[in-house]
Design a protein around this ligand. Structure first.
Ligand code: NAD
Length: 492
């Protein structure tokens, strides 16, 4: 059964989707527009305004104009407004999930079950944290009356990717807003729709004009203008390591603190002492989740040699059963990739991997669900072979995993730590002491045990090395990252 287009969503998609600056929807200075495509069938979903440096300038000015009043509210008063915003998002949760599914191509059941509710919960988490935080901490120093005072930075800039637009928007801006900052957001030009819809709901919920501003545009124009803007006091970027390095460079040059949440090549280390079929199904689920377009998911499967063949057979069976279809089809377990560009990237990686000698366990390739011939579908794929193979070393960002065999614990840890990525890995074993040991030895921001992709508010999430920099998201520390510490001291 297909999720029906609601009146709200069809009205939203049929009107021009514009920048949101100082509480107003605007077409932008040059009036440029672009088409946003529906990845499930290649049709035009909406026409969106496209901005650049001029719109970013205007948005930063609007955010500064709103800053004194927003930052002067008590934490409690801001938290009340953020809770009202969360309630408004919840009221329109079905519309938001539908927009996310249409725009990204993701399974509607996932958008309804995870993306939208988990995003909304983030607002509530940081609102509550901010109401109970200590902003002034007295310091016990001989002969000096002193305290550490925490104050917001001012205007914070955000550049987001296309894979979880709604959830990542809230992971990014919720702690900053709760701490009293105002924000300028550049969503991905590929999937900007749920962010624009959410901005409208923020206004309806009473978030004051200029507190949240949004400019749609290309990375090298609007994104670069935002990251290099001299009036931005904090920057946050989520996306690929290549662009992350550029943002890091420019922020370094301007001495603007920045958070970088980047790509990964997550490993799952599977020992021989657990239920092989259940584990194979979970790993298959990890690469079909969001059609494999998940930064932290398990894309290198390191399997103990004793259960390797059995796990491969069970995983192939599970992947062959995966129902591929349009995002809005309620039966769909795996939707299309987000774009034709992404489909070409995934297929090119598989070709290169095979050219470099990878063994093909499950070939992948184009998928063509009937009636959706123009969508950007691929089949799940499994390759195996040398750890030097390009498909084992680089982030493909599609429903694909590379398998390696290991003999013992040290062997496995060595294979995991060969790459410069450091986002998330998992270890699977019923021996919890061994699992904890391996979890500690795998060098990354996150090590999960007997599960992959584990998220909760209060559970810090971030990457190191090529996968990230600057403290991560979703924890109390994230909230304090958006407050600048100031020492106030008086000699006695
Ligand atoms: P991308 O780096 O190509 O683009 C991300 C954003 O950066 C987009 O909004 C784009 O317009 C903008 N951009 C591009 N060039 C720019 C420039 N020169 N200056 C400023 N902005 C620029 O990434 P993508 O293809 O949208 O997303 C996929 C990547 O995101 C993957 O590597 C994935 O692992 C990563 N990701 C990481 C996390 C995390 O939490 N660590 C979460 C989601 C996605």
């Amino acid at each position: 059964m297909n999720a029906q287009l609601t009146q709200n969503v069809s009205k939203f998609l049929s009107s021009p989707v514009q920048h949101f600056i100082g509480g107003q929807f605007k077409p932008g200075a040059g009036g440029a527009t672009a088409r946003v495509l529906n990845p499930s069938d290649g049709s035009t979903l909406a026409t969106v305004a496209m901005g650049g440096a001029a719109e970013i300038d205007e948005a930063v000015a609007a955010a500064w104009k709103a800053y004194p009043a927003w930052s002067a509210l008590s934490p409690n008063e801001r938290a009340v407004k953020l809770h009202r915003f969360a309630e408004q998002l919840e009221k329109y949760a079905a519309d938001l999930a539908l927009i996310e599914s249409l725009d990204v191509g993701k399974a509607i059941t996932a958008a309804e079950g995870f993306d939208v509710p988990f995003g909304i919960e983030c607002l509530r988490y940081f609102a509550d944290l901010s109401a109970h935080a200590h902003y002034d901490v007295p310091l016990a120093i001989k002969n000096i009356e002193a305290r550490t005072h925490s104050a917001p930075y001012g205007v914070c800039g955000y550049v987001f990717p296309w894979n979880f637009p709604f959830t990542l928007l809230l992971w990014g801006i919720a702690p900053a807003l709760a701490a009293g900052n105002t924000v300028v957001v550049k969503p991905s030009e590929v999937t900007p729709l749920s962010s624009v819809f959410a901005a409208r709901l923020a206004a309806e919920a009473g978030i004051p004009d200029g507190v949240i501003n949004l400019v749609i545009g290309e990375g090298p124009s609007a994104g670069a203008a935002l990251a290099s803007h001299r009036k931005i006091k904090r920057m946050s970027f989520t996306g690929s390591p290549d662009v992350g390095k550029k943002i890091g460079e420019v922020c370094g040059r301007n001495l603007v603190p920045c958070k970088l949440e980047l790509g990964g090549k997550g490993a799952a280390v599977v020992f021989d002492d657990l239920d092989v079929e259940a584990t194979a199904k979970k790993l298959a689920g990890a690469i079909t989740l969001n059609t494999g377009q998940v930064c932290c998911t398990a894309t290198r499967w390191l399997v103990h040699e004793k259960i390797y063949d059995e796990l491969v057979n069970k995983a192939v069976a599970a992947l062959k059963e995966t129902k591929i279809g349009a995002g809005t089809d309620r039966e769909t377990q795996m939707g299309p990739l987000v774009s034709e560009t992404q489909r070409r990237r995934v297929l090119r990686y598989l070709e290169d991997g095979v050219r470099q000698g990878a063994e093909v366990i499950l070939p992948g390739g184009n998928a063509v669900p009937s009636g959706h011939e123009n969508g950007f579908y691929v089949q799940p794929s499994l390759l195996a072979g040398s750890p030097e193979n390009v498909c084992c070393r680089e982030e493909i960002f599609g429903p694909s995993a590379f398998l390696l065999k290991f003999k013992d614990e040290n062997d496995a840890v060595d294979l995991v730590n060969r790459l410069d990525y450091g986002l998330a890995n998992s270890v699977w074993s019923s021996d919890l002491k061994r699992a904890a040991r391996v979890a500690e030895k795998m060098v990354a921001g996150n090590s999960w045990i007997n599960a992959h992709n584990v998220f909760a508010y209060g559970l810090p999430y971030g990457g190191i090395n090529l996968s990230g920099f600057g403290g991560g998201v979703n924890s109390p520390q994230t909230f304090f990252d958006y407050l600048r510490p100031q020492t106030i001291a008086r000699p006695l």
